[in-house]
Design a protein around this ligand. Sequence first.
Ligand code: NAP
Length: 248
Amino acid sequence: MPAHVLLLGGTTEARRLAADLAARPGIRVTTSLAGRVARPGAVAGELRTGGFGGADGLADWLRAHRVTALVDATHPFAESITANAARAAAVTGVPLVVLRRPGWRPDPGDRWYCVPSVRAAAGTLPRLGRRVFLSTGRLGLAAFAHLTDLHFVVRSVDPPGPPLPPQTELVLARGPFTVAGETELLRTHRIEVLVTKDSGGEATAAKLTAARELALPVVVVRRPALPRGVTAVPDEAGVLERLGLSPL
Ligand code: NAP
């Protein structure tokens, strides 16, 4: 019976881990995606898509598919699935490894305003600037919809649904992004303030460098806490080590 790893994905790290695990004899890897993105990139190994039906549904899936290790490599802001993974692992006894890439850190001189939620980010905006680059993803934009006097440039992979702020320009794009490209975008749209989640990682960090070079204020939404008792590893090497695997 091969080991079966269920990899909760939706991130670059999850895709890289799937490729690593799928290349190892004796390991079966299934990546699980929520199904939010219309055309997700290809993943190595097996793929399943859609919610499990809460922690109980995930626990049932782990049992039914004889999963021997659960890896939560979801986005740092995917709070519900991380909570469900912790509960499902606890009730089934399947070992859980959580991968959380480190958060971003400001450089000296950066003008960061760290806030606890997207709603709080909206509250800071009117005093920081009127032309806003919003890169918090397409969900949660309703928190900004009442800001009718501000002009928003919203970037997301797929088009967002309503409600949106009335003055919204859409930029549909998928990372990774470059500093030159981000600087150009901020300049072209005459952006005065940037709003981002503290997603961490390289793929979307260029906007912070661009904002730094243009001396723009940045509103940073802090990450939700991990479930009680759960600790995370910061990278793929940490996951492999917890799974008892050597680097390929
Ligand atoms: P969430 O709020 O934590 O999850 C909401 C529900 O979606 C979960 O309860 C679960 O449904 C389902 N779900 C989430 N991730 C899943 C997965 N990998 N496989 C199967 N079902 C999943 O998550 P979210 O913030 O909407 O993010 C959804 C996905 O997008 C995640 O996989 C995440 O890695 C990725 N992503 C999120 C962000 C972000 O900013 N939040 C950014 C980039 C990528 P059930 O309860 O029915 O199982």
